[in-house]
Design a protein around this ligand. Structure first.
Ligand SMILES: Cc1cc2ncn([C@H]3O[C@H](COP(=O)(O)O)[C@@H](O)[C@H]3O)c2cc1C
Ligand SMILES: O=C(O)c1cccnc1
Length: 369
């Protein structure tokens, strides 16, 4: 198998090229104001001063809205680690070689990666998806789904990273994967050497911020190597100046794992699943999905603020605040897994905490003075 997908024509891919090959799902708004008020009243009626559980109360309310329940139960959580290679890796934009993508897929499956350990700890089922790794895994295995639209993207410094058909196929794969999975919560992770570059370019294009403000060290580039990454990204950004719509930008910059995550987000929201977003790269997928279908954002729980530079910009653009700030900059879904117990606590508190009346506890202001 070639290291990268073969050279392709240089014609810019347009949003309508991709949309003509796809049917995007219709997504209902998670934010129903009457239900939000009802959930707020239920939380205020619990045996605690109003608002004293802080952001866990907002999280509980969001889970109630997504799952359309006053007693939400999180069921069969699924971690999806979407993996793919990037042709742009050939331009020296990562501290690690491309074969690490394939090697880490084996590590996920063997149970030795950070996300493997954390998923195991929390009883989260882990599925690795080969969305476009430049390696033939020989078909599905326990824990591995091969859903390859291409064996890696093309080098975005030379032309579009994906053809329209590849981009549409990767999104469709993401939608199909969700249909096959049980449960009502999806945790999103990724693996792909050089994918902070694709995420940086998407973040810059979709938020309107400078490439320099969105570029970080990824797997650990510093000094001249980081300056080189920035120069490469600025030139790729200019080369695809006409790729302005979300799907055109996705096809121009890549990658296949981000496109698959876009499909996962769209279908997950369609099915009213809780979508736990990890770090910078998965948030770049949210930027694309949300630009296509604004209701997606209401289904997303942002697990943590990544140490990667552009993440704060992407989150601010979405108008959201992540749960944790631990200085993580790993990806894989590690931050989503770490935040999972907070979601479990929020749903349990909403379900199981007593009300003032139920527990015979006096409400504030009920005592005569
Ligand atoms: C051993 C190893 C494990 C990883 N797990 C996640 N990533 C993370 O780093 C990569 C992105 O950084 P960049 O754009 O600099 O290549 C992605 O694969 C991401 O998931 C890893 C990277 C490495 C090296
Ligand atoms: O936040 C992330 O997702 C991230 C940051 C650095 C490297 N890989 C992933």
């Amino acid at each position: 198998m070639p290291a990268y997908a073969p050279a392709r024509d240089n014609r810019a891919v347009t949003e309508s090229d991709i949309l003509s090959l796809l049917r995007l799902p219709a997504i209902a708004d998670a934010e129903d104001s009457a239900q939000a008020l009802r959930l707020q009243q239920l939380l205020d009626d619990k045996t605690k001063p109003p608002g004293s559980l802080g952001r866990i109360e907002q999280l509980a309310q969001q889970l109630g809205l997504i799952l359309a329940s006053e007693a939400p139960v999180l069921q069969a959580p699924q971690m999806l680690v979407c993996a793919a290679d990037h042709g742009l890796a050939a331009q020296g934009v990562s501290a690690f070689p491309q074969e690490v993508t394939r090697q880490m897929v084996e590590n996920f499956l063997a149970g030795g990666a950070a996300v493997s350990v954390l998923a195991r700890q929390h009883g989260i089922a882990l599925t690795v998806v080969d969305c476009g790794v430049a390696h033939d895994f020989g078909g599905d295995r326990p824990g591995l789904r091969v859903r390859k639209a291409a064996p890696g993207t093309a080098d975005a410094s030379l032309g579009p990273a994906m053809r329209a058909a590849e981009c549409a196929q990767a999104i469709a794969h993401g939608m199909d994967l969700v249909r096959e999975l049980p449960g009502n919560a999806l945790l999103l992770g990724e693996m792909g050497i050089a994918n902070t570059s694709a995420a940086t370019l998407l973040t810059a294009r979709l938020t309107g911020h400078e490439v320099a403000a969105c570029t970080g060290s990824g797997t650990g580039l510093v000094g001249p190597a980081l300056a080189h990454k920035l120069r490469v990204l600025q030139s790729v950004y200019l080369r695809h100046a006409d790729a302005r719509t979300p799907l055109a930008a996705l096809a121009a910059f890549g990658g296949l794992e981000i496109a698959t995550l876009v499909g996962v987000l769209l279908q997950g929201a369609r099915e009213r699943r809780v979508l736990v977003v990890d770090g910078f790269i998965t948030t770049a997928a949210v930027l694309v999905a949300q630009a296509l279908a604004p209701a997606v954002r209401g289904y997303c729980v942002f697990s943590h603020l990544s140490g990667e530079r552009g993440h704060a910009i992407a989150l601010a653009h979405l108008g959201v605040r992540p749960l944790l700030d631990l200085g993580l900059r790993l990806g894989e879904g590690s931050g989503a897994a770490l935040a999972w117990p907070l979601l479990q606590s929020a749903s349990l508190l909403l379900r199981e905490m007593a009300s003032f009346a139920g527990a015979g506890v006096s409400k504030r202001g009920e005592l005569a003075v």
